[in-house]
Every structure is written in structure tokens, then in C-alpha cells.
Write a protein of this length. Structure first.
Length: 242
């Protein structure tokens, strides 16, 4: 039997007269790697913000597990087992890499010893063990992205929402991040991610939803999406190449 971990049911988000997300519905299965794509301004990050409690949805329901989470704060959503990264990585620059990851772990434990143990484990997952005592603010972008990933993993999430985790990376760095995402899925986590790199999305996702101008344009397997004329038009029109 298919287990759906996340249900987005007719979700809309308005900012005054501006409709950022309009009547979007889809479900994410437990254990899936699920892509959310679309041109700039399509409403992808706004939808992430609604799902994780940073914005209240104007209408519709967001259900995680069996619980409706529309009215929950971000910290409450995190405690249920959902964590997210941000487009612009902002490590706590005055802290070490290890201490940054411990901040994530403190979402689930009050013990400094346990937080450090969890943080060390996640640094190993993303390949940052050798940087544990370095200043987080001094890392190059590729390593900051890994640090962001380690910090959310330290919250022990059932579901990760990754917002352009490959943005600004070269091909080698992108491939490394995709391998980390695959390893996270093997350990039982579900992943939803926003990405502009179509090659990255189609190489790793089980299923993809395309947003355009706040509306759901298409949903399907990577092959179905890359062969969809409406998707190709939306991307070429937005200056992207599918």
C-alpha cells in the first residue's frame, strides 16, 4: 500500500492582490525524491514557506503524516519531522562548522553531548568531518551548501525540503550533493527539492511537479515532464533550457 507523507490540497497564497500560489495540489509518497520546478517567480519558494509554516496558506490544506499543519509554527513543523534549507545559505559565521550543525541538533535534544554526537554523524554524512573546527563563515559556497544540509539533517527529519541546494555549484559539486541526497533517501528520509538544473532533477527524482505563474502546470515522471510541450514552452519562455 502506498504511504503518502505529504498532501498539498488546493493550496493558494495571496499577498494582497498578488496571487503567488493558486490552487496547487499534489502528494509526496514516503521515501520518494520529489522535484518542484518552474521558471523564476513560479511560486516554488512561496509554497515551501507555506508548507513549513513561515507563511500561512490563504486557502487549502497541508497535511504531513496524518496531521494538518496549516496553523503550525516553523519550530512545531520541525518537531514533527520536516526540515528545510534556504536558497541563500546563511551559516552562523562566528561559530565553527560543528557548532552550526549542533544548532540543528538542539531542535531535538537538550543535551550538548548528544547534540555534538548527532552533529559529528551528519558531518560524516556530507563529507565535512575535516572542517569541523573551521569557521563556518569562511567556507566556500560548495561547502556552505553541505553545511546547510548537515544542519537540517541534525534535526533528524522524516522529510527534507531543499530549496536550490545545487544553486551556484559546479557540475562536480552538484553531483556530490545528489549522491548525498541519494544516501539520505537510502536511510529512510523523503526529499522534496526545488531546482533549476533540469539535468540534476531528472537524474534523481521519482516524480516532478512543475509550477508556472503560481499554478500547477504539469506532474509526472522525469520522462513525462521533459517530453511535455507545455513544460518546454514555460522553460524556454523563461530563458531556461529543458
Amino acid at each position: 500500500m502506498i504511504q503518502h507523507l505529504l498532501h498539498i490540497n488546493h493550496v493558494s497564497k495571496h499577498f494582497g492582490g498578488n496571487v503567488a500560489v493558486s490552487d496547487v495540489s499534489f502528494s509526496v509518497e514516503d521515501g520518494q525524491i520529489f522535484g518542484l520546478i518552474g521558471p523564476n517567480g513560479a511560486g516554488k519558494t512561496t509554497l515551501f514557506n507555506c508548507i513549513t509554516g513561515f507563511y500561512p496558506a490563504t486557502s487549502g490544506d497541508i497535511v504531513f503524516g496524518a496531521k494538518k499543519i496549516n496553523t503550525l509554527r516553523p519550530d512545531e513543523v520541525c518537531k514533527l519531522g520536516m526540515a528545510r534549507t534556504w536558497q541563500r545559505v546563511k551559516p552562523l559565521g562566528s561559530l565553527s562548522v560543528l557548532e552550526n550543525v549542533m544548532v540543528g541538533a538542539f531542535a531535538m535534544t537538550n543535551s550538548a553531548k548528544e547534540a555534538e554526537m548527532i552533529a559529528q554523524e551528519q558531518l560524516k554524512t556530507v563529507g565535512l568531518v575535516d572542517y569541523a573546527n573551521k569557521s563556518a563563515g569562511a567556507l566556500p559556497i560548495g561547502l556552505k551548501k553541505k553545511l546547510e544540509l548537515a544542519r537540517v539533517l541534525a534535526t533528524r527529519p522524516k522529510m527534507l525540503l531543499l530549496d536550490e541546494i545545487c544553486g551556484g555549484l559546479n557540475h562536480t559539486e552538484t553531483d556530490t550533493i545528489l549522491e548525498i541526497i541519494r544516501s539520505i533517501r537510502k536511510k529512510g528520509a523523503t526529499v522534496v527539492f526545488i531546482e533549476h538544473d533540469m539535468k540534476a532533477v531528472t537524474s534523481i527524482c521519482d516524480r516532478i511537479v512543475v509550477l508556472n505563474s503560481g499554478e500547477k502546470l504539469a506532474e509526472g515522471t522525469p520522462q513525462e515532464i521533459t517530453n511535455n510541450p507545455a513544460v518546454i514552452t514555460a522553460y524556454l519562455g523563461g530563458g531556461h533550457h529543458a
